[in-house]
Design a protein around this ligand. Structure first.
Ligand code: FES
Ligand SMILES: [Fe+2]
Length: 419
């Protein structure tokens, strides 16, 4: 990680003053303070990240009893397990004795988690099975020392977790896009590939970058030649109309073009961003491949390509780009003041076989390249906003509208937590 000059003369009062000043500059980017303050970072983790529904894994990754995956967030780690009865649970990977992590592996299969420090043993449901020699302590009861549970909800095979026990329910908001997302049959899909890009930049820069396509024409040549999202809506209205007119008939899915958007300040419950929209690919392209030609068997209910793709948001930090034959999930997770895990997950139909039904390199090529391009521009952005001389400029009213929604919600969240 590149060393940056962080804010050292910091306080709650300074944070509140920065928020107030920023609120008076709506339509202008965040001040460098918000990217450089450790106080801000800590406040973000406790009041925003750990109170939000975050995509953790896909059900197929823990298909069998004893399977587990680990999801690292900030300085923490969450274990997601499949018990013998088939149930899926999540809990913090922090031993209830003296706090060691009870599991190191990113994923695997086990019967129990044995803490490497003093050997306390936990079941797959997080309950404490045994605490060596602790019976000599008066009143010690294993029932009181389960791993701290994390809330969990599954939607279309996608597992979301939330560390806030009082978090608003996420299932009801997500049900609003059941038709559009359900079309891809993600419950029965499988992960063809996933990759974590560690970006040397604050998480907000990564998320802000994802939320606007103003940069696409400039930074993503391969993407821009096939995706119409880089243009203002008005300029591609005819292209979109043509896709929408044929979409239901071609795909066989009624409602595939339905638009739904309740994000950030307008979400149903804290951070419960839910968004679905369909965009047009330029003529001659049917999916997100380098040449625009089919990559894999059609997913879910799709009968044919329609020249469109689905754009989704699921919670405050995850999004999907879904083509008729594969889906790509993006997730942004802070791992330090200037470190972010940008994870990409490529999904294909559950029975698609690598090397026969699809070529993995071709499947991942476009979004791998695009992500590398994003890493380049985001890290350049990080260097600039960390400059002592950075003065934020104005957002584009259409292209950067979602960024502005995010910033409004972000500032309000930070303010409420700091007051
Ligand atoms: S810290 Fe886990 S057993 Fe002691
Ligand atoms: Fe980008």
């Amino acid at each position: 990680m590149k060393t940056i000059s962080t804010i050292v003369d910091d306080s709650r009062q300074r944070l509140l003053a920065q928020i107030t000043a920023q609120e008076g500059r709506r339509g202008v980017g965040l001040d460098g303070y918000f990217y450089r303050s450790h106080l801000v970072y800590q406040q973000e983790l406790s009041s925003l990240v750990f109170k939000s529904w975050l995509y953790a894994a896909h059900c197929s990754e823990i298909a069998k009893s004893g399977d587990f995956v680990q999801f690292e967030v900030g300085e923490d780690a969450i274990l997601i397990t499949r018990s013998a009865d088939g149930s899926i649970r999540a809990f913090m990977n922090v031993c209830r004795h003296r706090g060691a992590r009870v599991c190191d592996a990113a994923m695997g299969n086990t019967k129990t988690f044995v803490c490497p420090y003093h050997g306390w043993v936990y079941n797959l449901d997080g309950s404490l099975r045994a605490a060596r020699e602790m019976e000599v302590r008066d009143g010690f009861d294993t029932v009181e020392y389960s791993l701290r549970p994390v809330r969990l909800q599954v939607f279309e095979g996608l597992i979301f977790v939330n560390c806030d026990p009082d978090a608003d329910d996420f299932a009801a908001p997500l049900s609003n896009i059941k038709i559009q997302l359900g079309a891809y049959g993600l419950s029965d899909a499988r992960v063809a590939h996933k990759h974590t890009y560690r970006i040397d930049a604050n998480w907000k820069l990564c998320l802000e970058n994802y939320q606007e396509c103003y940069h696409c024409t400039n930074a993503h040549r391969a993407y821009a030649k096939m995706h119409s999202m880089r243009e203002p809506d008005e300029r591609v209205a005819d292209l979109k109309k043509a896709v929408f007119e044929r979409a239901e008939e071609r795909t066989g899915i009624k409602g595939i073009t339905n638009y739904y958007r309740r994000v950030y300040g307008n979400a149903e419950g804290f951070g419960n961003c839910v968004y679905a929209s369909r965009y047009a690919l330029y003529d001659g392209y049917v999916t997100g491949s380098e040449d625009g030609l089919p990559l894999a068997p059609l997913m879910g209910q799709f009968k044919d390509y329609d020249g469109g793709y689905g754009d989704f948001q699921l919670g405050p930090m995850a999004a999907m780009l879904n083509y008729p034959d594969h889906c790509v999930l993006y997730r942004f997770i802070p791992r330090g003041l200037t470190a972010t895990d940008m994870e990409l997950v490529w999904f294909v139909k559950g029975d698609a076989v690598e090397g026969i039904d699809y070529d993995l390199e071709k499947l991942t090529s476009l979004w791998h390249k695009t992500s590398m391009e994003d890493e380049y521009i985001i890290t350049r952005n990080s260097e600039g906003v960390n400059s002592q001389f950075f003065e934020p400029g104005p957002y584009h009213p259409e292209f950067e509208e979602t960024v502005m929604c995010f910033i409004d919600w972000y500032l309000n969240t930070l303010k409420q937590a700091t007051l």
